[in-house]
Design a protein around this ligand. Structure first.
Ligand SMILES: [Mg+2]
Length: 395
């Protein structure tokens, strides 16, 4: 089978706001083959910055775009997916965004190879032939309300919807003093009830200030959060190390900002985190996320997905760690734009037992809804002098 086309698509909501809501736009990547099998992937990034990595003109031997690396290539086995990953990254050695941007293409290639071999992706990643996709406990991922009262309302709603776990993040956390921080966590706990799992996402608000991060972990511990997420900046590795050396009473989670394997490795080896959160649409796709999963297994820490996009990304994320029963939590976008909610034909619904599981459908098991795509597709045309280097396709 040969790769015949690699096509990025920029989709967005009519209005973009400055809320920390990554579902307002997206970059989808379609890869086509000469056997008529196509695959799809989604990047969690600035869509047009990533799109450039698919079409930028060659500068020299270390700046060759993703389309040029893939088109015409052979794709017959998982080994080819790994080989092409290496090739695209080597060709794009000096393109800073290459790992990040390649995520969509890598997911699409896994989707294709799963469809060709008639296997769900999780089974192709795991060497053992009897690999099982375990169900996961979805945790609703939402932003804090502007006030403790609004947060309490959101939590109550989630509990009424049946969620047994939820993460509250960003918004006012860390911005209006310790009393407000504690009140926000108390409100989330009271709204969710004592038996729910509660996660707190500080949204990198304390930068390198590990003293404040430690103080908040202590202050939040009476509300028994499962973790305190990103209290510090993604690259504040020394501060993470200093924080974890003090054994905070709440486990520390981080990793969603990892744009390369090395960043996640650094957090695990030197940051001392207990939950590593990987976004399959940022770190270089399923290939790299799976390597981080294996690293987490070797170090005895928990792997969790980071996902705040469509169900295409939820599915891609879940294939990475479905076969490890002890990695039980799945970040599940409970809110999000119409675009992200409607983008796929299939959704990974929460079953009657409150859990989410993959099907045995070959590939990702989730298809893009062309009608929905049409509604949000933004035409893009990039021209350099009189040469057109990119023109988005009609669907
Ligand atoms: Mg987060």
């Amino acid at each position: 089978m040969k790769i015949t086309a690699v096509q990025p698509f920029y989709l967005k909501m009519p209005q973009i706001t400055d809320a920390a809501d990554g579902t307002q736009d997206t970059l989808l990547v379609r890869v086509c083959t000469d056997e008529g099998i196509e695959g799809w992937g989604e990047c969690d990034a600035s869509p047009l910055v990533s799109l450039a990595a698919y079409c930028c003109p060659m500068s020299h031997g270390n700046i060759i775009n993703i389309c040029e690396s893939l088109i015409g290539e052979t794709l017959d086995s998982p080994k080819d997916v790994l080989r092409l990953h290496e090739k695209a990254l080597r060709n794009g050695l000096d393109i800073q965004q290459i790992h990040h941007a390649y995520s969509g293409a890598d997911i699409a290639l896994w989707d294709i190879i799963g469809k060709k071999l008639g296997e769900p992706i999780y089974r192709l990643l795991d060497d053992s032939s009897d690999s099982i996709a375990y169900s996961k406990l979805p945790y609703a991922s939402v932003l804090f309300g502007d006030t403790p009262e609004a947060t309490y309302q959101i939590a109550t709603c989630l509990r009424e919807q049946g969620y047994r776990a939820a993460k509250f993040g960003w918004g006012p956390m860390g911005k209006f003093g310790e009393e407000n921080d504690i009140a926000l966590v108390r409100a989330a706990r009271e709204g969710m009830g004592q038996d729910a799992q509660l996660m707190i996402d500080a949204g990198v608000v304390w930068g390198t200030d590990h003293e404040t991060a430690y103080a908040r972990a202590k202050q939040f511990s009476p509300f028994s959060p499962t973790w305190l997420e990103e209290p510090l900046s993604p690259d504040a590795i020394e501060s993470y190390g200093a924080l974890s050396k003090r054994n905070p009473p709440v486990p520390i989670a981080a990793g969603e900002g990892s744009g390369t394997y090395r960043m996640a490795e650094d957090l695990i080896l030197h940051g001392g985190i207990q939950f590593v959160q990987i976004d399959v649409g940022r770190i270089g796709g399923i290939t790299v996320a799976y390597r981080v999963r294996q690293l987490a297994e070797r170090h005895g820490i928990q792997y969790v997905n980071h996902t705040f996009k469509s169900h295409l990304s939820v599915a891609a994320s879940l294939h990475v760690f479905a076969t490890n029963e002890s990695f039980d939590l799945l970040e599940y976008p409970a809110a999000g734009s119409e675009l992200s909610q409607n983008l796929t034909v299939e959704r990974l619904e929460v079953a009657a037992d409150g859990r989410v599981r993959l099907t045995d459908t070959p590939g990702l098991g989730v298809r893009v809804d062309r009608e929905a795509m049409r509604k949000y597709l933004v035409p893009v045309r990039i021209q350099v002098s009189d040469r057109e280097i990119f023109q988005s396709l009609d669907l």
